[in-house]
Design a protein around this ligand. Structure first.
Ligand code: URA
Length: 446
């Protein structure tokens, strides 16, 4: 086989066989296929696409290019969750303990943030002492004993994806549906769970800017998961506005703790109930309505908070920060003021994520360090009325020289109008192997 012929085949819009895809991924992983040939292939995929069989073959080849995590030492059905990323998305910190509190083990490996999106591991590391790197045996032991452990992803999973993703990043080949779907699902399949819940974001703060594109991505990923023998469901959720009231690291952990205590913002609580409820459904805990109720109860009865507390304690974190979240470090505060009277009708959420990164809360390159105390508190969001001169957000940063630019960039990202607009629902659709449904009002109200 020659890589030249496979590039030519894809360039002409033809279909690659599973054997060809396996050969290509193995060759790129071991270095016999050079970056320039893989780049040409990836660009051909951007223009010609891939059919379902090709995407599944590419996903499985990438999944098997590294370690395939074996979670069989953990008792019960293991469910994993993946979010396609957004601003203010701290849902894993809340939904995972909710699920564990309902008796379903959560053995979750998460990533760090890059670009405008945050990462669960960075957030957890703002709890002093919390260990995100655990030996495999200890990880399994903690899950078997208390039902939950959240740790960082091992570098050995889906190594081909790691190499290919780095190449896509510098060759303008990130935004291709088959490449995104196979990249995400290769890591999820290698991570070893029996069932997978996907939170596919859509809107100005998401990879997929339209609901139609997000649904197509979700359907492709659900099909791949099912073909790989994993029960898979996707929710399409709104990222046209930041999630919850904060973006950053320590500030998001504080908000997650408040939410686990039943005092969180309405949008964040609602999404976590749906994510946890769907994970319970995937674990066979009952009908979806029953599972949503179980999830809600874990907040109102305080069992989810207790699970989070137990996990932080077991992983070496200082639980006094949970008992008194005001202990988390803060940075000097700067208010962003409304420039006129009106209603907020849109927030360019990716831009707002970029503002958080400017303040020190995110990284542009993998090697960058983050400031756990940096971030944004949203005082007003889409749909709210504001008066000229009123604070709409608080910026927290140890870099005073960026404040003027950050503040102006934030103001530009927020559009005011004299007319209030109808709110966009938070949960837009639910995608299963055989159905795409918009969420009912009853489910939304829970
Ligand atoms: N996240 C991933 O892991 N891969 C992509 O291609 C895009 C988002």
């Amino acid at each position: 086989m020659r890589m030249y012929d496979l590039i030519e085949k894809k360039k002409l819009g033809n279909t690659l066989s599973q054997e060809e895809i396996d050969w290509m991924i193995a060759g790129y992983t071991d270095g016999t296929i050079p970056d320039y040939q893989m780049s040409a292939f990836l660009m051909a995929v951007c223009f010609q696409g891939m059919n379902t069989q090709e995407i599944t073959a590419m996903t499985l080849a990438m999944a098997h290019s590294g370690e395939m995590a074996d979670l069989s030492a953990i008792h019960g059905v293991k469910v994993d969750k993946h979010s396609t990323g957004g601003v203010g998305d701290k849902t894993t910190l809340i939904a995972a303990p909710m699920v564990a509190a309902c008796g379903v083990p959560m053995a979750k490996m998460s990533g760090r943030g890059l670009g405008f999106t945050g990462g669960t591991v960075d957030k957890l590391e703002s709890i002093p002492g919390y260990r995100t790197a655990l030996p495999r045996e200890e990880f399994f032991r903690i899950v078997n004993e208390i039902g939950i452990s959240l740790i960082g992803q091992s570098g050995e999973l889906a190594v081909a994806d790691k190499k290919i993703y780095a190449l896509r990043d510098v060759t303008a080949t990130v935004d291709s549906l088959p490449l995104i779907a196979s990249s995400i699902m290769s890591k999820k399949i290698a991570a070893g769970a029996d069932a997978i819940l996907l939170d596919v974001k859509t809107g100005s703060g998401a990879f997929m800017k339209t609901q139609q594109d997000a649904t197509a991505l979700a359907k492709t990923m659900v099909d791949i998961g099912e073909q790989a023998g994993r029960k898979t469901v996707a929710l399409i959720t709104n990222m046209d506005v930041p999630l919850g009231d904060t973006a950053g690291n320590a500030i998001e952990v504080q908000e997650a703790i408040h939410t686990l205590m039943g005092k969180g913002p309405q949008d964040l609580t609602e999404l976590c109930v749906h994510l946890a409820g769907n994970m319970l459904f995937l674990a066979g805990k009952g009908k979806i309505e029953e599972c949503l109720e179980l999830a809600q109860k874990s907040i109102t009865e305080g069992t989810a908070y207790q699970k989070f507390y137990q996990m932080v304690e077991r992983q070496g974190g200082d639980v006094s920060y949970l008992e008194d979240p005001s202990k988390f470090p803060t940075a000097p505060e700067y208010a962003v003021l409304a420039q006129e009277d009106g209603f907020i009708v849109s927030m360019q959420t990716e831009e707002i994520g970029a503002v958080a990164a400017m303040l020190g809360a995110g990284r542009e390159k993998k090697e960058d360090t983050i400031d756990p105390a940096a971030g944004i508190r949203f005082l007003k969001k889409t749909g709210d009325s504001v008066c000229k001169g009123e604070p709409i957000a608080i910026l927290y940063t140890h870099c005073p020289h960026v404040v003027q630019d950050a503040s102006e960039r934030y103001q530009t990202a927020v559009t005011l109008s004299q007319q209030k607009q109808a709110p966009i629902p938070l949960i837009l659709a639910r995608v299963t192997a055989d159905n795409i449904s918009t969420t009912t009002m009853e489910e939304r109200k829970l």
